[in-house]
Design a protein around this ligand. Structure first.
Ligand SMILES: NC(=O)c1ccc[n+]([C@@H]2O[C@H](COP(=O)([O-])OP(=O)(O)OC[C@H]3O[C@@H](n4cnc5c(N)ncnc54)[C@H](OP(=O)(O)O)[C@@H]3O)[C@@H](O)[C@H]2O)c1
Length: 428
């Protein structure tokens, strides 16, 4: 706090004490059988009440004004950054944002009428070749939103087939739309009423399915979809965690209720979701059988799977009975896996609603839900080395189309780096 701030605070306290004294004096004058009371009446014909009003007008008025100005200036001082699209909610001011090397970084680069660089899609039939680097308007912070300066973004293979990529909740065309639903970055603005986050805070999380996503310099996200990110976690690693981490957790534990000592078959064990599922299942003490392509064997075993099956070469039926099947592939592999579920067991899939069910078990298809508390827990596991999301490749925004289009995927997630750790845009 500066000397100026200190002086102003002392001044406000002194004026408050003066106001109280003045009021006490007035009350005493008005109520006591004062010897000067008759004098007022005789000389000036004023009543005590009149005198009190005059006294209050001259003394309490200016003091009251002084106090009001004081508290007003306090209020103004506490107001957070006023974002480019209007008034932000009242949130405490954040300390200057530092990168992991303790260097300050900028948190806001664009104004209301600015445009930003983003990947967009317009034509559903164009597929991956329709992903174009273009200029888009800076996003609007709606109620309970945060605008995040995106440092790193993740995408899900196949998301160009999701209805939410093309239409809003009411089914209306929302193209040109920005894909990508995972992000790590810094909050630069808060919408009206947004709580729980501050401007300048490092965050990571999911973007809404039916709104513009994270393959952009800035994105508007419901604040509840975001969790704080510690300074020692790289944005490129954090961006690999939200969808894969939450999907793996919710599938294994919320839906399939996997517990210690059970056996789980995890398809696509070297992929984005599968690689996290293998690690979480092992940590809970389950026996893990991973599947995938021949090239994925070492990765899956390295993550903790006890057995690996090459789906192109090995016979799935050799697995025997399992308590849980976690499927990320769908189709024929999903169907054949139902026979492996032992009575009372669960098949959980994220690929498609299953058409067949285990004879004496459950079959569940679900869509991942945002969960700030679980994201926080996953980030903590990451910090302590209990969880390691695989970042197979990091590419600039301009290479998003080729990152989507790869014929043979690298293990884990491909991350799009939008800005470096200092917040400077990477080459487009
Ligand atoms: N419902 C939900 O909430 C939800 C959430 C997240 C993801 N998803 C969906 O789940 C799927 C998986 O997502 P992800 O991020 O984990 O994708 P991913 O990173 O591509 O992982 C899938 C893994 O499965 C392997 N694989 C696919 N087909 C295979 C086959 N026939 N034989 C052997 N291996 C095969 C892939 O290998 P290759 O790369 O070599 O093909 C890859 O290693 C996607 O379709 C995604 O849209 C759904």
């Amino acid at each position: 706090m500066s000397h100026f701030d200190n002086g102003r605070r002392i001044g406000r306290r002194a004026s408050f004490v003066l106001l109280v004294c003045a009021n006490v004096l007035m009350m005493a004058t008005a109520s006591a059988p004062s010897p000067i009371y008759p004098l007022y009446r005789e000389r000036w014909g004023f009543s005590v009440t009149m005198l009190t009003v005059i006294f209050a007008g001259y003394v309490a008025g200016p003091l009251g004004a002084l106090l009001t100005v004081g508290s007003l200036s306090d209020h103004l001082e506490e107001r957070p950054h006023l974002g480019p699209t209007g008034p932000a909610s009242r949130a405490p001011r954040a300390d200057p944002v530092l990168n992991p090397h303790n260097q300050p970084i900028s948190t806001n680069f664009l104004g209301k009428d600015s445009s930003m660089r983003a990947i967009t899609v317009r034509d559903r039939d164009a597929g991956v070749s329709g992903l174009t680097l273009t200029d888009m308007p800076y996003p609007h912070a709606a109620e309970n939103d945060a605008i995040v300066r995106v440092y790193a973004a993740g995408f899900t293979p196949g998301e160009l087939d999701w209805p939410g990529t093309w239409s809003d909740r009411a089914g209306r065309d929302r193209t040109p739309s920005i894909p990508g639903h995972e992000l790590s970055g810094v909050v630069v603005e808060l919408g009206y009423g947004t709580t729980g986050l501050t401007v300048g805070q490092r965050v990571f999380g999911l973007t809404d399915w039916t709104r513009n996503g994270s393959l952009a310099e800035y994105t508007a996200v419901e604040a509840r979809n975001l969790a704080p990110l510690a300074a020692d976690i790289d944005h490129t690693v954090a961006a690999a965690l939200p969808i894969s981490g939450l999907t793996a957790w919710q599938g294994l534990f919320d839906h399939a209720h996997l517990t210690t000592g059970q056996t789980v078959l995890i398809h696509g064990a070297a992929g984005g979701v599968g690689s996290i599922a293998v690690q979480l299942a092992r940590e809970v003490g389950a026996r893990v059988i991973g599947t995938g392509r021949a090239d994925d064997r070492d990765v899956a075993l390295g993550l903790g799977a006890q057995t690996f099956l090459d789906l192109d070469a090995d016979d799935l039926q050799h697995v025997g009975e399992v308590d849980v099947v976690f499927d990320v592939i769908g189709g024929d592999i999903l169907e054949r896996s139902t026979e492996l579920v032992r009575p009372g067991g669960t098949l959980v899939t994220i690929a498609m609603p299953p058409t067949v069910r285990p004879k004496d078990g459950r079959a569940i298809f679900f869509v991942v839900e945002p969960d700030r508390a679980r994201l926080t827990d996953l980030a903590q596991r990451l910090r302590t080395g209990r969880l390691n999301p695989i970042v197979g490749a990091v590419r600039p925004l301009s290479e998003t189309a080729s990152a989507f289009a790869r014929h043979r995927r690298t293990p884990g997630k491909t991350i799009i780096q939008v800005a470096d750790e200092q917040g400077m845009p990477t080459s487009f």
